[in-house]
Design a protein around this ligand. Structure first.
Ligand code: HAM
Length: 488
């Protein structure tokens, strides 16, 4: 007896060998005793059907060779069955519509990037959460944990071929090996809007305005959500005052960002390790507890760039019409090393959830990749926390499957005619669920109700001979016969 048999082999934790076809395996009377005369790789392209059908291989696999798999996706990741996909599309459509309202163009990057793109020296949490591995060509690669480095890479690559300012947006999947909490997962989608080439605070002001526009569209108000705003220039001015070298700036910001996560003594210890004096640490921490711009001005001993930027932002917020959404909070520093100016975070006022979104100015990121610096700012807005918030506020939409027509042949012989009717309707831009099997009418009505069909189009023998079909409008029960060409 001759048989063909498929085997997949695990090579390492991150990759699988292509399907191996153990060609023409001779099988003796015992199915477990296989003699393997010849092994060769077979790719989808070399298979007669392009690898789509499993039927070209007649698997003579014994019971023991079946592997019972865990049907859940890997921890922290999600499947998107239709009901979840409807919600995701609804959310992403809002992201995209808002971006377009503001005149931004959509971009995308590969989910897989070189690992080096995400390695920064500042000791960020995001670095420890990186999904990274070596590919088959011995290159270190990583699943992107965020979109900003890819954006910077693309801007450098485009160089002078693009005219500034760039206003770009993206919605893409990001991977972080996070500790799982409510709204934090190992895989999430992020909506990003970024402006490249505008040094003025008008850019930050417009970005916040776009997020507010999104919130309003989905029914969230200023009493549900707010933005905490600060500027990293506050820290910069303080560090300068205490003679702390500029190159420590990113590292200090990352340490300060942990303020609400680890004890203050631990923060002071970490600051001390960078070489910052105890006095400077005390002052830094004192200023970070300040909650008004006037107090900040007093603490800094006058109005510097940080104060000027923040005052400008608050004045622009008034003009854009979202003053009630924003508040100054010196403790907002953000956990990414590259921010250089205004930083902001969207938070739920009940304080139950993690940050809804966050962003800021990153004027010096490009030079860290060897490019020329261009002023830049943007934000990232995840898909997980917002869904939690919408759920809590009862604002999640009820999204049902919807199809305009169900087309059904009344007779098996008329399935071809039903296909013709379906094509005619689809050509007119109508959605059609074509009943592909011979089913009783009871079944068809049930299905129509399940897919929320607007009408039922029946193809019966005598009508079809006259070029007619029967239509039943499901909401009103109205019935009529109509020529296929006149069916709108
Ligand atoms: P980020 O604060 O790390 O910033 O992330 C932005 C947003 O992504 C968060 O506020 C949250 O909504 C969502 N997010 C982050 N990690 C997770 C997670 N593990 N699970 C679910 N949601 C998550 C950035 O990524 C910056 N690159 C944003 C940016 C763009 N700055 C300038 N341009």
């Amino acid at each position: 007896m001759r048989a063909i048999h498929i085997v997949t082999t695990r090579l390492s934790s991150c990759c699988f060998k292509p399907i191996l076809l153990l060609d023409l395996v001779s099988v003796s009377s015992s199915p477990r005793k296989l003699s393997i005369p010849n092994r060769r790789f077979i790719s989808a392209a070399t298979k007669p059907d392009g690898g789509r059908s499993g039927s070209i291989v007649a698997p003579l696999v014994t019971q023991q060779e079946f592997q019972k798999i865990d049907v859940n996706p890997p921890k922290g990741t999600r499947d998107f069955p239709p009901e979840d996909m409807r919600l995701r599309n609804w959310l992403f459509n809002h992201f995209k519509e808002v971006s377009r309202l503001f005149g931004y163009e959509e971009i995308d990057f590969p989910v897989l990037e070189t690992e080096a793109l995400f390695i920064r020296k500042a000791g960020e949490e995001i670095r420890d959460q990186l999904y990274c591995f070596e590919d088959r060509g011995n290159r270190r690669v990583a699943l992107r944990p965020e979109l900003t480095p890819s954006l910077a890479r693309l801007v450098i690559q485009k160089g002078k071929s693009v005219s500034l300012p760039l206003k770009w947006f993206a919605v893409g999947q990001c991977w972080r090996y996070e500790r799982m909490t409510r709204g934090r997962r190992r895989e999430h989608y992020q909506w990003n809007m970024d402006i490249i080439g505008v040094p003025e605070v008008t850019a930050e002001a417009e970005l916040i305005s776009s997020i507010v526009t999104f919130f309003k569209r989905v029914g969230i108000t200023a009493s549900d959500v707010g933005f905490k705003v600060s500027s990293r220039k506050v820290l910069q001015e303080l560090l300068r005052k205490y003679g702390v070298p500029e190159n420590l700036f990113g590292r200090v910001c990352i340490i300060i960002d942990k303020i609400e996560k680890i004890p203050v003594d631990e923060i002071k210890k970490e600051l001390g390790l960078t070489g910052i004096s105890e006095d400077a640490s005390e002052q830094l921490l004192k200023v970070l507890s300040v909650k008004s711009l006037d107090d900040l001005e007093d603490s800094l001993g006058g109005a510097g760039e940080a104060i000027a930027d923040l005052k400008n932002l608050f004045s622009l917020a008034e003009k854009f019409g979202y003053s009630e959404w924003i508040q100054f909070d010196a403790s907002v520093v953000r956990g990414l090393a590259y921010y250089t100016g205004i930083v902001f975070e969207g938070f739920d006022r009940k304080g139950k959830l993690r940050a809804i979104c966050g962003g800021g100015r990153y004027d010096r990121l490009l030079s860290t990749y060897g490019g020329d610096d261009i002023p830049a700012c943007g934000f990232g807005f995840g898909d997980a926390v917002i869904v939690e918030l919408l759920k809590e506020k009862g604002l999640l939409p009820e999204l049902r499957q919807e199809v305009e027509n169900i087309v059904c042949a009344l007779d098996k012989d008329l399935q071809g005619a039903a296909a013709t009717v379906a094509t005619a309707l689809r050509d007119k831009g109508q959605t059609v669920d074509l009943v592909l099997e011979s089913k009783p009418m009871k079944w068809v009505f049930k299905r129509a109700a399940r897919v929320n069909a607007r009408r039922l189009v029946l193809v019966g023998k005598t009508e079809w001979e006259d070029g007619l079909v029967s239509v039943k409008v499901l909401s009103s029960g109205e019935q009529f016969q109509v020529k296929l060409n006149d069916l709108e």
